[in-house]
Design a binder for this molecule. Structure first.
Ligand SMILES: Cc1cc2nc3c(=O)[nH]c(=O)nc-3n(C[C@H](O)[C@H](O)[C@H](O)COP(=O)(O)OP(=O)(O)OC[C@H]3O[C@@H](n4cnc5c(N)ncnc54)[C@H](O)[C@@H]3O)c2cc1C
Length: 333
């Protein structure tokens, strides 16, 4: 275990915000976990810091689980069950799956962050959500130190959400996630751009080719967090009633939209933000990424407060122009 006092968090969040915390604890072995149950001040569990915005210093303790390990606990020939420790980098897992030819998470390649955070917002990309492969989640309740195991259904996964982002927000320490991956090829190619790119390059649909194309598509749209600070898509795509959408469509016939559950319609938050004129906007070091309006960036020394001011202005202008509320996908601290 490592412990630091009055620690800068700049290198612990992909936005590169220079906030501080009173104490930072890095847990390197599961046997050290009991140290997390006797913290008597506000506590935040940190993963790779790629879905967080620190708007101020954190007056408390930040805990990061650095425990590692990918263990195959079942293999029935058709599928495998992997028990993966929270501190494993997400892309270490996608590389592992690619190496052993396990199917199910290839569309999620290139998402920053760690395995322990993947169920929290039910990470998703290119038509796939991680909930499709999660069998169960293990960990401890922070207040009592009691262990828990939640099945997929009990995790109450939704669009960029789960029980860990709602009822159990801040209450659980996820230590392991179990993934059921297929040994039999099965691809999800519903995402138009992915299908088109494979066809354009005349590539057969293989695990390697799908992964490769997705990485290329991601590179085009998202900043490299080693060069420009960001937390990826800042806002969730809004889901609205069909009648509301039809009224909007009369004024904006080119609105991108996707059918959603219960007859609702999902809009593209990036397009709404772009139509409000924010794409490429910059005030000091806080800005909107020129290649994708959904991404708010820190060009260097923006404070969390400056980024927060910008996202609130964007929220307001989208509401004023379209009457649609866009919500941050990023966890605001
Ligand atoms: C360039 C870029 C592209 C991105 N693209 C995508 C994308 O395509 N799809 C997508 O879904 N997301 C995307 N994201 C967002 C982000 O990568 C994911 O949400 C990722 O899962 C966050 O992981 P993390 O380890 O960095 O979590 P953190 O940001 O450290 O934490 C996120 C939340 O999870 C909680 N948490 C973390 N670890 C634990 C734990 N062990 N136990 C309990 N709670 C925990 C934290 O308290 C916090 O509330 C992108 C981000 C960036 C910067």
């Amino acid at each position: 275990m490592k412990q630091y006092r009055n620690c800068s968090l700049k290198t612990f969040n992909t936005f590169g915000i220079n906030a501080k915390c009173r104490q930072l604890i890095l847990i390197e072995d599961i046997s050290e976990i009991e140290h997390c149950f006797c913290i008597k001040e506000p506590c935040l569990i940190l993963g790779g810091g790629s879905n967080l915005l620190f708007t101020r210093d954190f007056e408390g303790t930040i805990v990061r689980l650095d425990i590692k390990g990918i263990e195959k606990t079942e293999d029935d020939g058709a599928s495998v069950l992997l028990r993966v420790a929270a501190g494993v980098e997400w892309d270490e897992l996608t590389s592992y799956a690619l190496h052993y030819e396990y199917y199910g998470i290839e569309n999620l390649i290139g998402i920053p962050g760690r395995v322990g955070s993947s169920p929290v917002q039910n990470i998703g990309a290119y038509g796939v959500e991680v909930k499709n492969t999660i069998e169960k989640v293990e960990g401890f309740y922070v207040a009592s130190g009691d262990p828990f195991t939640l099945t997929n259904t009990e995790c109450r996964f939704g669009y960029r959400s789960s029980i860990f982002k709602n009822e159990l927000r801040g209450k659980c320490l996820i230590t392991h996630v179990y993934f059921r991956l297929s040994r039999v090829p099965q691809f999800i190619l519903t995402y138009q751009e992915l299908k088109e790119e494979l066809a354009r390059r005349e590539l057969p649909v293989t695990l390697r080719n799908v992964s490769h194309i997705i990485l290329k598509l991601r590179d085009r749209k998202l900043p490299d967090v080693k060069k420009i600070g960001s937390a990826g898509s800042f806002f969730k795509n809004p889901i609205i009633e069909k009648e509301r959408f039809e009224a909007l469509q009369a004024d904006y016939p080119l609105l991108v939209h996707y059918p959603w559950r219960e007859g609702k319609v999902k809009l593209a938050a990036g397009q709404l933000i772009e139509l409000c004129g924010w794409k490429g906007y910059r005030a000091g070091d806080a800005g909107v990424y020129p290649q994708q309006a959904l991404v708010i960036v820190n060009y260097g020394n923006a404070t969390g407060e400056e980024i927060a001011m910008l996202y609130r202005k964007i929220e307001r202008s989208v509401e004023e122009k379209f009457g649609v509320l866009i919500e941050p996908e990023v966890n605001i601290v």
